[in-house]
Ligand binder design. Sequence first.
Ligand SMILES: [Zn+2]
Length: 301
Amino acid sequence: MKQKFIYAIAILFLAVVAIVFLQDEEPTSQQEAKQDTSVNSQSLKKSEEVKIHIIDIGQGDAILVQSKEDAYLIDGGNKGKGDDVLDYLHEQNVDHLTAVISTHPDADHIGGLAEVIRGIEVQSVYAPKVSHTTEAFKQFLLAVKEKSLKIKSVTSGGSISTNTSNLTLDFLGPTKDYSKSDLNDWSAVLQVTHGDKKFLLTGDAETPAERDMLTAGLLGPVDVLKVSHHGAAEATNKAFLDVVKPHLAAISVGEGNRYKHPTKDTLNRLKDANAKIYRTDQHGSIIFVSNGKNIIVKVER
Ligand SMILES: [Zn+2]
């Protein structure tokens, strides 16, 4: 009788150990498969994530599109911000860039790119076919030359190849040549598609560029809009928002900037369009994490 009791205790003990052990184990492939089809955003599988970082570099733009296989940098902030961008890339464990995209030659976008190109391995460089006489633009060209790279022209209909499954990068703009007196409409407009999720990165494209993309039938609903020209009134028109219909909007803008960006008009238009607004001057760097089905937003503050 006593022996039976000891056996029972032993079996019970083994059962408890087995349960604890099984719970500690890695999830089985069946469990993983179940998690992948779940709508729960907590189930993002690291290797399939694409992160879009709106890097807080004050007034200007610097955006990182990052997957396990690829990293793309769109603009590098003002002159002197290149080192901050490089620091950010290192923090994110980015040691090479699949491509650098300069949206247009204005200093608050191209200013930091020379430092970035000199400071990290870059595979290719894209820019619209428009030049500028500023020192920032000259330094950008010089850095590209030093690295024995050639600038690939951005035009509407072009795309960038990726090594990431379910990730495509398509240029929607510029749809044509604009006046060289205002470079904003020349902006490379990039649509990033990851699975079912779409991100529209508009540089500083203003009303004429928005109208031309609409007329050409290039625009459609997106999940995330990187708001054009730091929230200036001359962009992000109602006609544009009626088609693009973003749920989430990010404004890259410096605190207390002298341009008074973003304007009330633009903020109101975004609110009327039911877009949730994130701003680098209030939230710091903003990261949109996509698994192709869901997006979660992480902010620095
Ligand atoms: Zn700008």
